[in-house]
Design a binder for this molecule. Structure first.
Ligand SMILES: NC(=O)c1ccc[n+]([C@@H]2O[C@H](COP(=O)([O-])OP(=O)(O)OC[C@H]3O[C@@H](n4cnc5c(N)ncnc54)[C@H](O)[C@@H]3O)[C@@H](O)[C@H]2O)c1
Length: 373
């Protein structure tokens, strides 16, 4: 994002960012790049210096002009305290937070009294599994939903300022209540994190030989298992009841699945009922996955797939992409699969279903090894 291509931001600044890690530094980078003055604060001098060096803003000082907006991007367990301290320290500023849980923050801020009118909670649905300013990105929020949680006391002007921040950073504001938000993220964010962690935890004692067989399925399912344990402990504890509810439902499904597998193991795979019970679980997964919105938040879309063997050599993937482009086909999504010890990777290109045949033919003619799906 550059000042030239972000004309007329509604957020004028100064903006103060408290907690200059992944989220805070990403906000700072995007606003600074658009010419908005950003003051940074962090409990860790090293994190603060890193965010400053990356261009996310300048460390806050006692002589700074008063911020018009304070963005609190600290871990959820300290967020309410930090929000309250900022409301007191800057008596005219709107204060928002970006914590991944909302009810615990909103309740504590509302309990503190009249300053709460200048507080509006928020949660950008953007992030990554790495923490800290070194993983920050000015474009982190582009095209993502940004949940805005106003309280019964929030001033309309405060709500507008937070919605404007979301829009200025390329996100789409979505209005939700705190409980509605917490239930939703328990299902679409916190449960997936736990599923990834639980599956990956099974690998700790797995034999090396078994791990050498790992393919893209395991990598897909465990990608977010690399998340920061401290931050996630704070998120999960902060949303304990909704997450426990979602997990209990999964436990019911797991119990039924284990019972069907036990029957198949004891009485043979063709024992009545066992096969249907197993197919039901996978079928329900198909139905759920089909409901996940497609690219840019659009309706779920079915793609066709073209798998191509790509030599493990510099420039080969780039050559494949340009030749797909020359064939007039847009790559909608991409998966790359590597096997331990292999000298080639498998690129699985998602394209519109009507493009599968022509693309396979075009790539074949150009000498690529197209692998049957
Ligand atoms: N990581 C994600 O993908 C993601 C996505 C959306 C929202 N969030 C939320 O954003 C917030 C920040 O997450 P993050 O991923 O940027 O974490 P992070 O660990 O990268 O950054 C947090 C920063 O807050 C600082 N900090 C901690 N306590 C502080 C205090 N009392 N005062 C000032 N600074 C303090 C830390 O030193 C650190 O630099 C969390 O509430 C998280 O739930 C995270």
């Amino acid at each position: 994002m550059t000042p030239e291509d972000t004309p007329g931001l509604a957020t004028t600044g100064p903006v103060k960012v408290v907690g200059a890690g992944l989220l805070g530094a990403s906000v700072g980078l995007a606003l600074s790049a658009a010419g908005v003055p950003v003051q940074l604060e962090d409990a860790s001098p090293a994190s603060l210096a890193l965010a400053r060096d990356m261009g996310a803003g300048t460390p806050a000082t006692l002589t700074d002009p008063e911020p018009v907006l304070v963005v609190v991007a600290t871990p959820p367990d300290v967020t309410a305290d930090v929000v309250l301290a900022q409301l007191r320290r800057h008596p005219r500023a709107v204060v928002t937070d970006v914590a991944s849980v909302k009810r615990i923050v909103v309740d504590e801020v509302l309990a503190a009294g009249p300053d709460a009118a200048r507080y509006v909670g928020s949660h950008p649905m953007a992030g990554r599994e790495r923490s800290g300013a070194s993983a920050a990105d000015a474009d982190l929020f582009v095209g993502r939903p940004w949940v805005v949680v106003e309280t019964p006391q929030s001033l309309p002007a405060a709500v507008l300022a937070v919605r404007a921040l979301a829009v200025d950073l390329g996100a789409t504001p979505v209005r939700l209540g705190a409980d509605e938000h917490d239930d939703a993220v328990a299902l679409v964010s916190h449960l997936p994190q736990l599923a990834a962690s639980l599956v990956a935890a099974r690998l700790v004692t797995a034999p090396d030989g078994a791990l050498a067989l790992a393919g893209q399925g395991l990598r897909d399912v465990t990608r977010i298992a690399a998340s920061d344990p401290r931050l996630w402990a704070s998120i999960l504890a902060g949303n304990a009841a909704p997450v426990a509810r979602a997990l209990r439902e999964v436990r019911g499904d797991v119990d039924a699945l284990v019972a069907a597998l036990d029957r198949a193991a004891e009485d043979g795979p063709l024992t009545p009922g066992a096969m249907a019970a197993l197919a039901d679980v996978v079928g329900a997964g198909n139905a759920g996955a089909a409901r996940i919105p497609g690219k840019h938040g659009g309706a779920p879309r079915r793609y066709g797939y073209v798998s191509v063997l790509v030599p493990d050599a510099p420039g080969e993937l780039g050559r494949l992409f340009s030749e797909v482009g020359e064939a007039g086909v847009n790559i909608e999504d991409l998966q790359l699969e590597h096997s331990a010890g292999a000298r080639a990777g498998l690129a699985r290109l998602a394209v519109l279903p009507t493009a599968v045949g022509p693309l396979e033919k075009a790539l074949d003619e150009r000498g690529w090894r197209v692998v049957a799906e």
